[in-house]
Every structure is written in C-alpha cells, then in structure tokens.
Write a protein that binds this ligand. Sequence first.
Ligand SMILES: Cc1cc2nc3c(=O)[nH]c(=O)nc-3n(C[C@H](O)[C@H](O)[C@H](O)COP(=O)(O)OP(=O)(O)OC[C@H]3O[C@@H](n4cnc5c(N)ncnc54)[C@H](O)[C@@H]3O)c2cc1C
Length: 462
Amino acid sequence: MKITIIGSGPAGYTAALRAAQLGAQVWLVEEGKLGGACLNWACIPTKFMVHATDVLESARQASQFGLNVTGEGTNWNGLLSRKSEFIHSIGSGLQDLFSSGGIELVSGLAEITNPGLVTVHSNSEPPLLIKTDRIIIASGSVPRCIDVPGAATAGLLFPENLLSLGKLPESLIMIGGGAVGVEFALIFSRLGCRVSIVEMMPRIIPAEEAELTSMLERSLKRNGVAVYTGTVVTSLSETGASKKVTLIHAGTELTLESELVALGIGHHPRLDEASLSRSGVAFDNRGIITDERMSTSIPTIFAAGDVTGKNMLAHVAMMQGKIAAENALGLDSVMDYTAIPRCVFGRPELAAVGLTEEQAAAGGYRVRCGRAPFAAVAAAGIRGERRGLVKLVADAGTGRLLGMHILGPDAASLIAEGTLALRKGATLDDIENTIHAHPTLSEAIWNAARDAEGRAGNHRSG
Ligand SMILES: Cc1cc2nc3c(=O)[nH]c(=O)nc-3n(C[C@H](O)[C@H](O)[C@H](O)COP(=O)(O)OP(=O)(O)OC[C@H]3O[C@@H](n4cnc5c(N)ncnc54)[C@H](O)[C@@H]3O)c2cc1C
C-alpha cells in the first residue's frame, strides 16, 4: 500500500513513522522545514528559551542556596544560535528515523490533484506526480491576524518571527494573553525587555481555573510584565522606530508605544481550498471535517493535526497522525478526546486536564474539590519554588475525577497522572491510595486528593 502524507509536523511525522512500521510505502511531502511549526518555531524553541531563562533565574537566585554565582548576563545571539543548533539536532534525528523507516522525503508544495494523485511543486524541479492509494493531510495551521485599522501596515510580528530577531528588543507588546502570549512575555521579560500583554478577555488564559490563572498573572506582574486584561485593541500604527497600539481599557482609550508588537491570538487551519474542493474533501471554516477515525468525506483521504481544527496542540496532532495512519492501512483505531492535557509553560507552569470547577457545575455535576499548595511539599521547597497549588475537581457522589489543575513547578509533566486518571475513570480514592514517591512534587497531587476526601489535616511532607 502506498501512502502520501502532506506536512511533516507532529501529525505528519507521527503518521509517516506509524505507516512505515505497518509496512506501507510512505511518501512524506514538506514545503518548509522538517518538523513543522512545532519543531522550528513553536513548541520546541519556545520551551528551549523558557528553560534558558530558568537557568538565568537560577543564577540570579543562587545565593538562596548558599552559592555564589558571578558573571550573570544575557547574550541574545548566543541563545538563538544554541537554540538553532538544538533544533537542527532534533531535525537530523527525525531524518535518521525517516531513512531507517524507508520513508521517501520530498521537498515541495503538495497539491491533491485527485484522491489517487498528489502533485508536488518545487522551484527547482518540474512537478512530481505521486500516484498513491491513501493520503493523509497534515498541513497544520497559520496564525490569525487582527482585524483593526493599521493591522496590515504596522509591521506586526507573529510567533514565527520572535525567536529569530536580530537583537533583543527594548520593549514588546504581546497581543493575546493565551499560552503563546504568556510564554513569550516570560521569555522576553526575563531577558530584560519591557513587555506588556493585551488580552480582550477579563483574565489571561481565560479557559482555565481562575484561582490559578490569577496567581500566574500576579507572577508575570512581579516579573515586570504589564498586563491589560478586558482590553480591546482598536488600531495599530507605526511611526519611525516605534509602534503604537490604541486600546480601550476599562472604558478609556489608551495608547501604548513599543519597539515591537506581536500577535498571539490563535491559529486557523491551513486549507488548500481549491484542491480540497476538487477532490471532494469536506471542510468548513474550522478545518477539514473528520470523524473519530480521522477519515474525511473521501474514504481514501485522512486528515490529522491542526488542519482538523480540533484541539490545536502538538500532542493531539501526534495521536491523530497515529490514528489516521492506522485507519488508512486497514486497522480500526479511534481517537479519544476525553483526556487532553493543556499546558502553559509560564512560571509557575500551568497544566490542566478535564473540567474546571465552574464547567463541572455548569455540566450538572455536584462537585467536590481538593486543594493542596506546593508550599507544603518538601520537593518544592528544595527547589525554592513554593508557589502554586494542585486543585482536583471530582464528582461529589462517586468521587470520580473530573479535572486536575496544577500551577507550580513541572506542572506540565505532573499532569500526566491526571490525564491517565481521567481517561481510566479513576476516583479521588484511587489517587489517595496510590503511593507517590517522596520527596517529589507529585505529593501535592496526593495531598489534594486527601484534602478532597477531608483527610488532609495539616500534613506537611518533609
Ligand atoms: C508559539 C507556539 C508555541 C506552541 N507550543 C506548543 C506546546 O508547547 N505544546 C503543544 O502541544 N503545542 C504547542 N503549539 C501548537 C503546535 O505547534 C501545533 O499544534 C502543532 O505544530 C500542530 O502540528 P501539525 O503537524 O498539525 O502542523 P505543523 O506543525 O504546523 O506542520 C505542518 C507542516 O505542513 C507543511 N505543509 C503545509 N501545507 C503543505 C503543502 N501543501 N505541501 C507540503 N507541506 C505543507 C508546513 O510547511 C508545516 O511544516 C504551539 C504553537 C505556537 C504558535
């Protein structure tokens, strides 16, 4: 069976590797850089930079541990070149995996000519025609733009541009206070840039637990980030070296000035509407329409990742890519969206899975919650990171976990316990009766389960 995959981001490369494992002849077409947005300018480079600024912060706080570290400083170009080397090494690793899997990598812009034929256009070669039995579309997404006067001419930047700037800007306005806006605000402010976040909703990361996001907002402000929530951008302009953003904040018009302005207000699916229509693949403005097997309206064409418009996250894209490849090759696999971790790599880190307390109550549940601060966990104290808490949301009658919310050190890794618990229908009791290693951060989850069961007492691990 021959399968052609369009796009080499997390959805495309996972699909390609799984299809090769299943014995298919795989062609993977990429018009940009191998690894897609995720590897080249989104998930990986931002997390590299967040970690690099953690190292800087650790140096700044070394005296708390009785250490004397000197020579602290930032080197923007040094950081970027280290980041590029790292990305390059992951890209080479991917390439090695493709060659050992016998995957044929083609560089160029793929177009579905008909359900059995993909045409690849490149500047240097005549079009390549790939006859194929199955197609998986994994073309990703493109950043949303803002529709206000001046948006097209004000030299707005997108996440894609921010980690390849020639120099560290003195000031930056991030429009959008979601995960992307918060991560860039953290990186740039820690490096010494003056950062403002402008968010239309009443709070940053508006879909998550308010008691956690308000702590995250306070922490950003302590880092010197100005946060304008409930604030609408009305126009943008550029004068000389400075950009102006006009806003309505608390009923008053304000103008902020900054060296750079960047947008992080989400993405929309990258659709080649002409070729989708020609081949009969149904789509709407949310993306390519897929069922739980990642099948499209054409039985031999599948789609995976951001292009489907469902939970635009790399880990969802990877799972969708795997499911698409399996179904394309005759297995019967189903995508399960019940437990999807959502992470914001701010400081503290925020991670959540399942329902917030408000969503659970609105969904008709009688809710029982448990909370536990990281301050009560020795492992957090050892790291000097006592801020944050774990909040569990459960069904009051059965104790079944409905949601886990973590703000604190390594929250994005800790949430794996909640993801598995939620997927398997675990209860507070199951969590409480699971032995959590000591001294580790996971004890905060154990403490939160005990709190929900009314058995927390004044337990302090140490
Ligand atoms: C700043 C930022 C940080 C993020 N951080 C995280 C994070 O920490 N964790 C997380 O889970 N998610 C994160 N995301 C989201 C994540 O990047 C996306 O969900 C993920 O990249 C989607 O993978 P994909 O394979 O669907 O698409 P992409 O990674 O966008 O890859 C699609 C690929 O398809 C190629 N392509 C498109 N059309 C064609 C064509 N016609 N022919 C050939 N090639 C084509 C593109 O060039 C691209 O390389 C972040 C996003 C941003 C913007």
